[in-house]
Ligand binder design. Structure first.
Ligand SMILES: [Mg+2]
Length: 165
């Protein structure tokens, strides 16, 4: 994320920036203010990259909660239910993509596009509920994923296989 204009900065950014610079000068002395400023920008950009989802999913989770009626909710069977639902809806999405190849030569009509988006919504609903059953939320799930992929990218490990790479 670059900050070409002032609009790219939030007040929280500027506040964080000030605190980071003051902290660095207090710790290191006032010798390399420009270097501290560059480091502060990098720190804020990294934090924002990691926090891009903060606050954006709560309303959606509340909507999911209001329609979350299934057996075993909040107990072990609820987790099983959401896992099965997630697999089922993922399958429905894949099936629509398969039929796109089989019946429409891969051409995405508005109708097919809408149907696939609807299935992705179903997938997302189950992801939200599975996260809830695990005692966490979508923000945390997204954050973990961003952190994992960023780390792999930095280490040149995006390709290959294995969960722990
Ligand atoms: Mg569906």
């Amino acid at each position: 994320m670059s900050r070409e204009t002032l609009e790219d900065w939030t007040l929280a950014d500027i506040d964080s920036f000030k605190r980071l610079i003051v902290h660095e000068i207090e710790v290191q002395g006032p010798k390399d203010v420009l270097g501290y400023a560059r480091q502060a920008v990098r720190t804020i950009e990294e934090a924002k990259r990691g926090d891009f989802v903060r606050g954006s999913m709560k309303a959606y989770e509340r909507a999911c909660e209001s329609t979350a009626i299934y057996p075993g909710k909040g107990e072990a069977p609820g987790l099983i239910y959401t896992a099965l639902g997630l697999a089922g809806e993922s399958g429905e999405f894949a099936d629509k993509v398969k039929k796109l190849l089989r019946d429409a030569d891969g051409k995405v009509s508005e109708e097919r596009r809408s149907a696939m988006i609807a299935e992705l919504g179903d997938v997302l609903w189950y992801v939200a509920r599975a996260a809830s059953e695990l005692g966490t939320d979508l923000e945390t799930v997204a954050q973990w994923n961003v952190n994992k992929l960023s780390s792999r990218k930095e280490r040149g490990k995006l390709g290959g296989s294995g969960d722990e790479r």
